[in-house]
Design a protein around this ligand. Structure first.
Ligand code: GAR
Length: 191
């Protein structure tokens, strides 16, 4: 892959939990091929491992728990504008953003979802996929619009379901592909 020569895109990452995609994006952002620079990390969950990691690694962070998300979004918008954020990557962010917020960042919010969208939007994807005896699942990076998990698809990767798969085993194999795919999707939309 080619070295990125342009001005780095000021990027924010939103998380809610474990933060493996966050860590992966941080690692990617430090590579020569990365078009992004991570300037802000937001979590809506106190004590989430991803947030702790961000805070302990010197990133500008903010954590505001779920209460009154309208006022949280207002504050977030102020910070994002102040930091001239041009791209928001949702990485295991489990809160639905308002259409007003999305409008303000139209075409600049992307999300990773652990299914082959448009199939299995929402939560508990792996359990539902296995229950329906699907042959394949996978992961998708897509633009965020005001409908849940419905924006334009940027990249998708198929993962074959194995005979004795469990939600845990499948999610592990899909997560591996998520980590490969998210950076590629960022490169794709920035070139
Ligand atoms: C990932 O599998 C991501 O695709 C999923 O949450 C997990 C977060 O893991 N996102 C969604 O389900 C969004 N609807 P991580 O915190 O280790 O990155």
């Amino acid at each position: 892959m080619k070295k990125y020569l342009g001005k780095k895109i000021s990027t924010a990452i939103f998380i809610s939990g474990r933060g493996s995609n966050l860590k992966n994006l941080i690692k990617f952002s430090k590579s020569k091929i990365s078009p992004i620079q991570i300037n802000f990390i937001f979590s809506n969950k106190k004590n989430s491992p991803g947030f702790m990691y961000a805070r302990n690694n010197g990133f500008k962070t903010l954590c505001l728990p779920n209460r009154n998300f309208m006022s949280i979004e207002k504050k977030l918008l102020q910070i994002l504008n102040k930091k001239k954020i041009k791209l928001i990557c949702l990485a295991g962010f489990m809160k639905i953003l308002s259409s007003n917020f999305i409008k303000k960042f139209r075409g600049k919010i992307i999300n990773i979802h652990p299914s082959l969208l448009p199939k299995y939007k929402g939560l508990n994807t792996h359990i539902r996929v296995l229950r329906n005896r699907e042959k394949y699942s996978g992961c998708t990076v897509h633009f965020v619009n005001s409908k849940l998990d419905s924006g334009k698809i940027i990249l998708q990767k198929k993962v074959k379901i194995r005979k004795n798969d469990t939600a845990k085993k499948l999610s592990k194999r899909i997560l591996f592909e998520e980590h490969r795919m998210y950076p590629k999707a960022i490169i794709k939309i920035s070139s």
